[in-house]
Ligand binder design. Structure first.
Ligand code: WTA
Length: 648
């Protein structure tokens, strides 16, 4: 395994940035961020150009992040209308359905315009206006993109809930943002199986405090249960509205979307992104990180229910006039060659996926890759979790045949776009390192305990960012105090990422994973607190503690310690019952992989659960538990070790 790969010279020549350009632009971006972004904010079409650029403060108690404040624009017009004159007939979206045998759809910019205008008029018919919230609970179908852009067009705020989430999780999000309309489909096919989405919406609304109207896209044609009132078919409504819908003039800082994400405590928080800064940043990172050029076909395999889908299926690519692929299916259906079949079929140039998918496919050998012609690939990307060097090398050698640069992009729901990433023509890569900061990003490594900046290289500690960038989240929906407390309280003057990291001798960043109680399962972010609260909601459970442990394919697995109510007997049947319960409460991605029944949990005398010990045991690393003398009942640890579930 090599430890460093130089960018190839031919690529560097044609790229948006070679090393000299990156060095120069990066220096400019951090020396005078306002001047830099004043220039790059011009990549958008503004209705009223901004004169103010950067007004940001990371001061705890007064955190405020505003970019391009006095500019006005419309995000949908930037993603569609401004491309019509030059590329109206170019494909904007290629939709690849779940079944490999079903026909793909090619939607041109002109068609996208018509679909979005109609959709927007339907939303208006349903009473949606500027600032109203609309929840999307949809399969990966073109209507998901139409709905997002229709909201943007009329100034409504969308909040997408991943279609794998349960009715309860959906209800919580509908309530938190007080949605006026929920957009869903009859069913969602995925990997050959169908989820009855409308049913889930019905269940969610029984428990919701809100009474939103429900707009239904016909995807599968299956039977669905209509409620007595408030349910509408999209196709019926569309037949009644016009194609004409002028875009609303929105302020740069008007919210574009809310996306719920897990933190270390409490319920998921609504991450708020606004219009101007977010779009400029998503578009610029899409262009530079993937070295996207006009005419390229770009494929991000994420779901639009996650931020990766927002920024790199819809907003970034469409703002750049790109051709972007939306894929409804999964990497292993009908077989482990599906990704590569789609790459060959649509002549994909940039391919962006998650390490967990690469590891799963690695397990199936090289034959499913070798079946297909992948010679159009120019850039391969990864996101979502640290990529292990073995998976990186497989991606490089088997998929990229050693000739395609890999971009390991580190970022978060909160950051809107890539913060630490190689640029294909500029950055020498090292397997497992996200390498260097994007333009305008000032990473710092802090000592976890003291918060002191660790100067010089190498350095190790927690990762924080010293100054704002346009794609940064602005607040937590309805709870600015929580925003400040989560990201700005612990290390004053910095945005704290929640990740640990190492910076090597060359100044390269290596993300080591979360340092808080967030775990990353198959690239999906889960709060251990959420899984715990689902478990204790079960009548047989007295107490629960959840930690992550290393998992070969998923990156991290979910390990739950459960103390039962008095009189309840542990059994394999009960384990299954609890795992299914969590699956139902939150969704399949939250289902514990391992459950250990524990008569007691290790607690300090003040009653705080010592997770450090639980993590070690879950990792099967119980030899080094550290100091257990402060425990209220040190003997519970012996039982935990004795009955550990992860024996390797
Ligand atoms: C992790 C996904 C290492 C990290 C865009 C971060 C990564 C969390 C990488 C955010 C990467 C994401 N290398 N770790 N390239 N990309 N992460 O909000 O722990 O779903 O804090 O955003 O994923 O997850 P989120």
């Amino acid at each position: 395994m090599k430890d460093s790969y130089e960018p190839n010279a031919e690529m560097a020549r044609a790229a948006h940035a070679d090393k000299a350009t990156y060095d120069r632009m990066y220096a400019e971006s951090v020396e005078d961020p306002a001047a830099f972004w004043a220039e790059h904010g011009k990549r958008l079409d503004w209705i009223k150009p901004f004169t103010r650029v950067k007004e940001t403060s990371f001061d705890f108690g007064n955190v405020s992040i505003r970019w391009f404040e006095d500019g006005t624009l419309n995000v949908a017009a930037n993603c569609i209308d401004r491309h019509l004159a030059e590329r109206g007939d170019q494909t904007a979206i290629i939709w690849e359905p779940d079944e490999a045998g079903d026909e793909a759809q090619h939607i041109s910019y002109r068609q996208l315009h018509a679909h979005v205008c109609k959709f927007a008029n339907v939303l208006k018919e349903l009473g949606v206006g500027r600032g109203d919230r609309v929840v999307l609970y949809l399969p990966m179908i073109p209507q998901a993109a139409y709905a997002m852009l229709a909201c943007a067009r009329i100034g409504a705020v969308h909040s997408i809930v991943f279609a794998g989430f349960s009715p309860d999780a959906l209800a919580n999000r509908i309530d938190d943002c007080q949605a006026k309309v929920v957009i869903t489909a009859d069913g969602a096919p995925r990997g050959g199986r169908v989820t009855n989405l409308k049913d889930n919406v019905n269940k969610a609304l029984v428990n919701s405090n809100e009474d939103p109207k429900v707009l239904i896209v016909k995807r599968t044609g299956q039977q669905i249960a209509f409620r007595a009132e408030g349910d509408y078919w999209l196709h019926e409504m569309e037949a009644q509205v016009s194609n004409d819908c002028p875009p609303e003039e929105m302020g740069a800082e008007d919210p574009l979307f809310i996306l719920y994400t897990s933190g270390s405590t409490g319920k998921p928080k609504g991450v708020v992104h606004t219009s101007g800064g977010y779009l400029a940043y998503a578009a610029m990172t899409h262009q530079y990180t993937f070295d996207y050029h006009d005419g390229d076909v770009f494929w991000c395999t994420a779901d639009v229910g996650w931020v990766t889908g927002h920024s790199y299926i819809v907003y970034g690519p469409l703002a750049n006039g790109a051709t972007t692929i939306m894929f409804e299916g999964v990497p292993t259906y009908p077989d482990a060659g599906r990704f590569w079949a789609v790459c060959e079929k649509h002549r994909v140039n940039q391919f962006y996926t998650a390490p967990t998918a690469i590891r799963a496919l690695m397990g199936k050998g090289t034959e499913p890759v070798e079946r297909y012609d992948l010679s159009d690939l120019k850039v391969l990307g990864t996101v979502g979790e640290p990529i292990n060097p073995e998976a990186w090398t497989w991606y490089n050698e088997v998929v990229g045949k050693g000739r395609v640069p890999i971009v390991d992009t580190w970022w978060q729901t909160e950051t809107g776009g890539h913060l630490i990433t190689p640029l294909p023509g500029a950055t020498a890569t090292k397997p497992g390192s996200a390498t260097l900061p994007f333009f305008g990003i000032r990473p710092v490594v802090l000592e976890a305990e003291s918060g002191k900046v660790v100067e010089g290289n190498p350095a190790e500690g927690v990762l924080a960012i010293a100054d704002s960038w346009p794609g940064q989240m602005r607040t937590v929906w309805g709870d600015h105090d929580r925003f400040e407390a989560t990201y700005f309280q612990q290390y004053k003057g910095y945005y704290f990422t929640g990740d640990g990291c190492r910076r090597d001798e060359d100044g390269y960043y290596w993300i080591t994973g979360r340092v808080d109680d967030v775990i990353n399962v198959s690239g999906h972010r889960m709060g251990t607190a959420e899984v715990e609260s689902a478990l204790v909601a079960h009548e047989k459970v007295a107490e629960a503690a959840v930690v992550g442990y290393p998992h070969d394919v998923k990156g991290q697995g979910i390990y739950a310690y459960v103390t039962l109510m008095g009189g309840q007997e542990p059994s394999d049947g009960l384990k299954k019952e609890l795992a299914d319960w969590v699956r139902q409460e939150i969704g399949p991605i939250a289902k514990p992989d391992l459950i250990q029944f524990a008569p007691g949990l290790p607690k300090t005398r003040s009653g705080k659960i010592m997770r450090r010990i639980l993590r070690k045991i879950a990792e099967n690393d119980y030899g080094a538990l550290g100091d257990t003398s402060t425990l209220a009942e040190p003997e519970v640890v012996d039982d935990l070790i004795e009955n550990r579930q992860n024996r390797r």
